[in-house]
Design a binder for this molecule. Structure first.
Ligand SMILES: [Mn+2]
Length: 315
């Protein structure tokens, strides 16, 4: 599996790295790690990162011409389906490699490297870069740092239910190889400015609890009161996850009259199926949906409340 990936990288003079719309940390750091790795080791090749949307602390993106897109190998990271790629020209590439850890929606790649059990796409990339065929190549401190940051962001510093010994082993290898100061990276990614910290205190007051399900629903007027946009507010969903008695939690924000929703859960409470029914998707314990009606949101909350009363399904 690793050798065919390397062979394709060797074969093309042009490589474009694609990622999903509204990239999260894992997606962005995976793209950056791959970019740095390819730049370091294949100096004669032209490498670019596609995509319009950026992640809050990273704004790196390249202008890509149609002809560049058409002649380059496309490597798509952290993206489950083709319609989520943040630049549809990926589909015009002569060859596509998918590297992802979401439940498979479509196998759009000509080569698909997917492991749903991996805690982060960065974990998979690290596995690839540390594999036998890639051994002769240089993995810089920066690459290790980016991959480690991908791990931290997707696992919320190794807290999520999909964190395994493999995740930690890889984290340890990256920390060793890159001589990383891991606490500095966590601080950089998780510390909040005072303004956001104060706003989070206010957001907490909107929490409602029913059974073992917690939810925050913010309408337009709430967002104006909080002086936050929906995206920034919804990003605080992990705050609710720190409540001991909750099994499932949801954060919904009004965006142009409809709701964008994130759902999270603890081990044994599988929530992505409900999101899929409304056109969304994601992982077993972290999923989301965009632009659903108030009625659909009510349905979703009632299903999640019901699920939260049940015993966890631990496999
Ligand atoms: Mn991810």
């Amino acid at each position: 599996m690793y050798k065919p990936i390397l062979d394709k990288i060797k074969e093309y003079d042009y490589i474009t790295i694609y990622r999903h719309q509204r990239p999260d940390g894992d997606c962005m750091f995976s793209a950056l790690a791959l970019y740095e790795f390819l730049k370091d080791n294949f100096k004669e090749k032209q490498i670019k990162i596609a995509g319009e949307d950026t992640y809050e602390i990273i704004t790196k993106k390249h202008k890509i011409s149609d002809s560049f897109a058409r002649k380059s190998l496309a490597i798509v990271v952290d993206t489950s389906s083709v319609n989520r790629i943040d630049d549809i020209r990926a589909t015009q590439a002569p060859f596509m490699i998918k590297i992802d850890h979401h439940p498979v929606v479509d196998n759009y790649g000509n080569l698909n490297f997917v492991d749903e059990k991996a805690a982060a796409c960065a974990e998979l990339l690290a596995v690839i870069l540390m594999s036998e065929p890639f051994k002769p190549y240089f993995v810089s401190k920066k690459v290790c740092e980016y991959l480690y940051c991908g791990l931290i962001t997707d696992t919320i510093n190794f807290r999520t239910a999909n964190t395994t010994y493999k995740t930690l082993e890889i984290a340890a290898l990256l920390a060793k190889k890159g001589e990383l100061r891991v606490s500095d990276l966590v601080e950089m990614l998780t510390d909040k400015d005072i303004d956001t910290f104060q706003k989070i205190s206010k957001i907490r007051n909107y929490l409602k609890i029913d059974q073992k399900c917690g939810f925050i629903v913010l309408d337009k007027k709430d967002l104006i009161k909080l002086d936050m946009d929906g995206w920034d507010a919804k990003n605080q969903i992990d705050e609710i996850g720190k409540i001991k008695d909750l099994k499932i939690w949801l954060f919904a924000v009004d965006v142009n009259g409809k709701y964008d929703v994130s759902v999270r859960s603890k081990r044994g409470y599988i929530i992505n199926g409900f999101c899929a029914k409304l056109g969304g998707g994601g992982h077993a314990n972290a999923a989301g949906i965009k632009q659903i009606s108030k009625n659909d949101l009510k349905w979703l909350i009632s299903e999640l409340v019901e699920l939260s009363t049940k015993k966890p399904k631990i496999s």
